[in-house]
Design a protein around this ligand. Sequence first.
Ligand SMILES: [Zn+2]
Ligand SMILES: [Zn+2]
Length: 367
Amino acid sequence: MAPSGSRSIKRGCQRVLYWIPVLFIALIVAWSYYAYVLQLCIESIKDTGQKVVYLLVYHAVFIMFVWAYWQTIFTKPMNPLKEFHLSYSDKELLEREDRGESQQEILRRIAKDLPIYTRTNSGAIRFCDRCQLLKPDRCHHCSVCDKCILKMDHHCPWVNNCVGFSNYKFFMLFLAYSLLYCLFITATDLQYFIKFWTNGLPDTQAKFHILFLFFSASMFSVSLASLFTYHCWLVCKNRSTLEAVRAPVFRHGTDKNGFSLGFSKNFRQVFGDEVKYWPIPVFSSLGDGCSFPTCLVNLDPEQPSSPTGSNPANKGAAEGRQFPSKPLRESQSRLLTSTPSWTESDSATDKDKKGASNPGMTIENEA
Ligand SMILES: [Zn+2]
Ligand SMILES: [Zn+2]
């Protein structure tokens, strides 16, 4: 076994290497800024009106794109709340048992008080050995981050971060704005790209920037468009990338639509209730990331008092329950009970609850 000193050096080196793809993207973006603003707009476009319009629109898209990218990279992924971690006595109890079945018995007892509805393929309680916790629904252990990540979607090397509950909206906006950025450059650069081939451009270095700008923007557009379309489909279906590969298993069996509540509610679960927050990269997703409304909980015989409160008869029981000690947010349970309401009056009552005005703080406090 390697001494712990060399292990930490190895981990440190790995951490530096993980930033290389992010640096690569940052360099391409920096070059594209130089090529578009200086070489195309300022050097090559003669018409002042056109120059101003191009520069204004470009900078608006550029700011949104960089902002969403920044938020995706630097928003810490959320880990399960302490209720899901084993207590010291439970850990000891679990270590003493060597048979899988008696360990499962202990885990089942703990899980009874938690809003956990998904199981492993064999029907066992999902338990993370490394983090010593019961995995909340949709939570997975990331081997790169070495942590359990709430509603983990995937670990993305291009942002050197896990995409999950805390930053999935930012990731979607990052895809949308980067696609818009590339499409805008492709469309406005097209006529100068044609001029390059018809010798209509003056013989300066600007013509090569214009050429490569068109090639790179159009190529990125194609790959971003396919990735963005795929993630839009996932949002509509309320699935994570991991769940699209392997459907979640509930007590009654596998169900790929287990978390789907219909298009508009699925969309609001990621983007929130307030329309004004949809296009900007501030946190507005609904829920706490540990429990998710599912239309299937009433099928679960072991969870008669559903935390989603989807059945009016269960509502009273749900309110009197021990869990969630941090109660399911009203915004989240509304996903099952109410019809979509995107009005301003609705948003005002929810505002402080979601901490939309300072998303970073909400996430850090909960993590
Ligand atoms: Zn874990
Ligand atoms: Zn990760």
